[in-house]
Ligand binder design. Structure first.
Ligand SMILES: Cc1cc2nc3c(=O)[nH]c(=O)nc-3n(C[C@H](O)[C@H](O)[C@H](O)COP(=O)(O)O)c2cc1C
Length: 227
């Protein structure tokens, strides 16, 4: 076989291999039906994010203005356009009054390196401790709201409360997203936003997990080449 022909064959083989490797890296399982038992109705929607919500009382209000952080797992995206989120907080939390009074908060995404601080902010109250100081975190001013942001978190979402729904044990703050700040290392030269690099953390039934293995991407089930 001539060298050029050999090279072409080599190229065809490696192209095929690359394509099947790509396909192979995505998960396409055999799915079986499972036997089940019914359990007491409760919160079983997992995994969820466990975010660090930073807030401060307004200077004119009765609450202190020292910045505080509360860990929140009952948080979610509720609307794309306009961008809106929700967080649900028990009224007895110190942060509850701060957010009610100031009408704003910042959702800071939790990374592997912030997990210890996130847990601490979820088991100690700002009534008793300055969580920024204790966890060596830096409060930086928000740009669009009066709430502080956590400088060590790579994604800060500034929110303005639009409605409070008093649901029961928790009151849900519905909020508009006023600004989003992203660490430079997550933005590629093309402008693409690469959250995979952030080592984000999920919470599932009492346990924290670092996001890891990619097993698919949006719409991969109907794409021919996987990615
Ligand atoms: C992983 C985790 C998730 C939590 N999620 C919520 C939540 O969604 N809503 C809430 O009111 N409290 C939640 N908490 C409890 C508060 O973060 C905790 O009571 C905190 O100490 C309140 O702080 P503060 O008194 O300074 O506001 C959570 C705690 C942890 C550890």
């Amino acid at each position: 076989m001539e060298k050029a022909e050999k090279d072409r064959k080599k190229q065809r083989v490696s192209k095929k291999r690359r394509s099947s490797e790509k396909q192979g890296s995505f998960y396409k399982p055999a799915v079986n039906s499972l036997s089940r038992i019914q359990v007491k109705p409760g919160n079983m929607l997992y995994p969820v994010p466990a975010v660090m919500v930073s807030c401060a009382g307004s200077a004119s209000g009765s609450a202190q203005t020292r910045p505080n952080i509360i860990t929140v797992a009952w948080a979610g995206t509720v609307c794309t356009n306009p961008p809106m989120v929700s967080i649900s907080i028990r009224p007895e939390r110190y942060s509850y009054a701060l957010i009610r009074e100031s009408g704003c908060f910042v959702i800071n995404l939790t990374t592997r390196d912030l997990t210890y601080a996130m847990d601490f902010c979820g088991v100690r109250s700002g009534r008793d401790v300055d969580k920024f100081e204790k966890m060596s975190l830096t409060a930086i001013p928000g740009v669009k709201t009066a709430a502080p942001m956590i400088a060590e978190s790579p994604v800060n979402i500034e929110c303005k409360v639009t409605q409070v729904l008093e649901l029961g044990s928790h009151h849900m703050f519905l909020a508009s997203v006023e600004a989003v700040h992203v660490a430079e290392y997550l933005v590629e030269k093309s402008g693409r936003f690469n959250l995979e690099k952030a080592n984000l953390v999920a919470y599932s039934h009492g346990t924290y997990y670092e996001l890891g293995k990619v097993i698919g991407s949006f719409g991969y089930s109907v794409r021919r080449t996987g990615r």
